[in-house]
Design a protein around this ligand. Sequence first.
Ligand code: ADP
Length: 404
Amino acid sequence: MLVLVVNAGSSSLKSQLIETEGKVTRMKCLAEKVGTDQAYMTISFAPDFAKVTYNVADMSVAQCLRKLLDVMTDDPESPISGLGQIDAVGNRIVAGGEYFTKAALIDDEARANLDKCEELAPLHNPAADACIDMLRELMPDTPQVAVFDTAFHTTMPPKAYMYPLPWQYYEEYHIRRYGAHGTSHRYAAQQAANLLGRPLRDLGLITCHLGNGGSITAVNHGKSIDTTMGFTPLEGLMMGTRSGSIDPAIVTYIMRREGKTFDDMDEILNKESGIAGISGVGGDMRDVLEAADAGNRRAELAIDMYVYKIQKAIGSYYAAMTRTDAVVMTAGIGENSAKLRERIFAGLAHMGMILDKERNDFTGQIGANRIISIDDSPIRICVVTTDEEMRIARETDNLVSQIH
Ligand code: ADP
């Protein structure tokens, strides 16, 4: 099945065209800084994936997707010449609330429920929904599937997902912890079980998805029992531009002191805080590491805080589970930064998570899943390469195959 995977973010678009039978990627697209005058989009086709860059200044995420479809149907390098050749579309949706406990085919009812989820991830869901609507209009006969970041976490028990707030807010507004990055945590857990050569249902794993956004999940016997992201993807770890958990009273304090509006606070907490807010050099970890190496003290503090919050989250999930067999690192920072992994686990050796420096530093086989702890480490440490688009394509194939 030829699946177009659409991963729409607040200011980015990632897309791939995937042949699910052989797990072959035929097209890759990445648009960044979308919505600004510096926005650009790169598109490349198999087999050589030579990138061509397009100017998409001031376009919305859905308009970038429209442009991608034009390129895909016009470019002689493209594996398709018409949109009818795409069998299905798989959309990554950040928040599915209590409406979606698993991936769903997007019919009218599902589309209406997606609207209700928008306020749970105001930065991400609206962009994804706009893409879905554009595709439904353009390709009405092509089935679309929504794959939710929240679905994996629907196994959390009430003690983990409830907030200690007046009961009415749960009943009236469904305010509870939903978590995110579920597809990635599920995959990381399964890959770690493969690496350990044991069934997932026998293991206790702590999965760490550390990218621009970041979350950590306690996966007990294959099920998510707790996760750091909450009602929205703002809670939990310190992230690229998101504050993560802070004293909630700070929000009302700043609003009163500076006359900030609700929208101002959304912007401050989601886009101006986290690593960017502390370092002053932006939220991209590579830039921050470079600045710290050059002696920038705020960048160094940002890294210190980032590492400390991850250590505390890993420690708390060690306490939450009945056993911990491995900690799994994935996503941009988790996969690629040996330096940060070293700093994180330097503080966790006393809990039995002992890194092997050589294995950690080894970069010869980029992309390979591997164990990076010493042989005798009571708790193993694994690195797993996340491939979100491939997993969305496979889930889409599964669901669409059932209706045919
Ligand atoms: P997203 O959450 O947008 O999918 P990614 O998983 O691609 O993000 O992660 C992006 C983050 O990973 C950025 O902060 C980037 O700087 C960081 N990153 C990528 N490679 C490295 C590296 N070699 N060292 C440190 N950080 C890295």
